[in-house]
Design a binder for this molecule. Structure first.
Ligand code: KIV
Ligand code: ZN
Length: 506
């Protein structure tokens, strides 16, 4: 039987930390649920001490996720570790993940601590964390630039206190595959109690080597790999989950390891993340880019028709890209619709199903063929819904309903969409700047559903909205209204947080 490499997903922590990738509470929970469908081993839900919002999202994910281990990051202080545990304690499988930098440059300039003090702190915090939680992971930040003999000492010390996962990150994306292989080998050969722990790797992509370095570490014996969906993360990002997993699967002959991942959920995970963050995947991105399985040139198409393996090293179906045409029309029943939802991995309440079924019927009136992507788009749109202060009433002259009451406005601009955006911002009485806007077709054909993404700024923050419709003007205006609602929702949550903090002060 081959070795299983555990996949630790940090999309909701290291990924979410990167500019333009922030998600609200509901969105984080949706992403965590999708990660569970993907059969991730460990979900790092956030950095609990970072803010009350982060605490709340770690807690929510910890309470909702049943199969995966849920981790929270913590610095090496008792307060951080206790806060992480407080957020995690409702989880079926909680894990405290604490870290401390071990490279000379970090110890001297960032921590201003001697190596002896760092060693002592890492060990003391291991003991402290283990007293709270059955599973503790330690990360030696900037490990790849740490003096090996010192790193061995730190790892031995924390393992002696009951840490069972030791992560040795390439924090600044500096290492190379050959070097990282030897580095892992060095740990295996020189840390006397390493057999009591799993070696984990966590690699950033500054030189575009994130995935190659992660794979080299796995070849050298690493048992856990940390990564993010679509490779989002600090600076150039983290190693991309889908690339690591598909490389291990497609080149099993080389790596001889398995993962627990359901690869047919990869495409959906990537799409959901793009939708949540509004950060689109480049078309030529490996595995999940729009062109990853497109064969344009005549010679390639000819080869593919004769035998797919001439140009295809893995199938689109293996990442869940197969289009199952579901021929349901307006006369189709709810039963078939529920069956489809179940086959797509959704278990929804009766009320949610009924609402979606009604939306499906409206869509079936406009579209001949309803595909899986259409259904996914409807479900995602519903699951991400936040309280609507405004809802679009009509797209000609702009008419909005504010909490049900009709308000109307007209605005001129050089096109219907910009005129609409302008009218909405006048109606909601906010100075808003359009930061980004795009529309993508969810499905093919003239009756395709279009998904619009809008980013607006009120001068201090950027808010992201989505809209779905078979008409792109309608989708765009809905996205703009959604961004306004997101702004109001976030502002409302923030003012509640401030009120709670003030009222809890002695
Ligand atoms: O890149 C890094 O070193 C990290 C650690 C905190 C795990 O993100
Ligand atoms: Zn990192």
């Amino acid at each position: 039987m081959s070795r299983i490499v555990k996949i630790f997903d940090t999309t909701l922590r290291d990924g979410e930390q990167s500019p333009g990738c922030s998600m609200n509470l509901k969105e984080k929970l949706e992403m965590a649920k999708q990660l569970e469908r993907l059969r991730i081993d460990v979900i790092e839900a956030g950095f609990a001490i970072a803010s009350p919002g982060d605490f709340e999202s770690v807690q929510l994910v910890a309470n909702e996720i049943k199969n995966a281990t849920v981790a929270s990051l913590a610095r090496s202080t008792e307060k951080d570790i206790t806060t992480a545990y407080e957020a995690l304690k409702g989880a079926v499988n909680p894990r405290i993940h604490y870290f401390l930098a071990t490279s000379d440059i970090h110890m001297e300039y960032k921590l201003r601590m001697s190596p002896e003090a760092v060693l002592e702190k890492a060990i003391a915090m291991a003991k402290f964390a283990r007293n709270l939680c059955g599973e503790v992971e330690f990360s030696a930040e900037d490990a790849s630039r740490t003096r090996p003999e010192f790193l061995y000492q730190v790892l031995e010390g924390v393992i002696n206190q009951g840490v069972t996962i030791v992560n040795v990150p390439d924090t600044v994306g500096y290492t190379t595959p050959g070097e990282y292989f030897k580095f892992i080998e060095g740990i295996r050969n020189n840390v006397p109690n390493i057999d009591k722990a799993t070696i984990s790797v966590h690699v950033h992509d500054d030189l575009g080597l994130g995935v190659a370095n992660s794979l080299a570490a796995i070849q050298a014996g690493a048992g856990q790999v940390e990564c993010t969906v679509n490779g989002i993360g600090e600076r150039a990002g983290n190693a991309a989950l889908e690339e690591i997993v598909m490389a291990l699967k497609t080149r099993y002959d080389v790596y001889q390891v398995d993962t627990n991942i359901d690869t047919t959920q990869i495409y959906r995970s990537s799409r959901l993340l793009s939708k949540l963050t509004g950060v689109r995947v480049q078309p030529n991105k490996a595995i999940v880019g729009e062109n990853a399985f497109a064969h344009e040139s005549g010679i390639h198409q000819h080869g593919m028709m004769a035998n797919k393996e001439t140009y295809e090293i893995m199938t689109p179906e293996s990442i869940g890209l197969k289009e199952n045409k579901m021929v349901l029309g307006k006369h189709s029943g709810k039963h078939a619709f529920v069956d489809k939802l179940t086959s797509l991995g959704y278990t929804l309440s009766d009320e949610e199903v009924l609402d979606l079924f009604n939306q499906f019927k409206v869509l079936a009136d406009k579209k001949k063929v309803i595909s899986d992507k259409d259904i996914l788009a409807l479900v995602e749109q519903k699951q991400l819904a936040i309280p609507e202060v405004y809802s679009l009433d009509t797209a000609a002259t702009i008419r909005l309903r504010k909490n049900g009451d009709l308000i109307e406005g007209v605005s001129l601009a050089d096109g219907p969409i910009s005129a609409g955006f302008k009218a909405i911002s006048e109606l909601v009485d906010c100075e808003l700047t359009l930061i980004d806007y795009g529309v993508t077709a969810v499905t093919d054909g003239t009756d395709a559903q279009g998904e619009a993404q809008v980013k607006i700024s009120d001068g201090t923050h950027v808010y992201h909205g989505r809209g779905l419709s078979t008409d792109i003007i309608d989708a765009s205006l809905k996205a703009y209204v959604d961004a306004v609602n997101q702004m109001l929702y976030i502002k409302d949550s923030q003012s509640k947080e401030i009120q709670e903090q003030t009222s809890s002060k002695p």
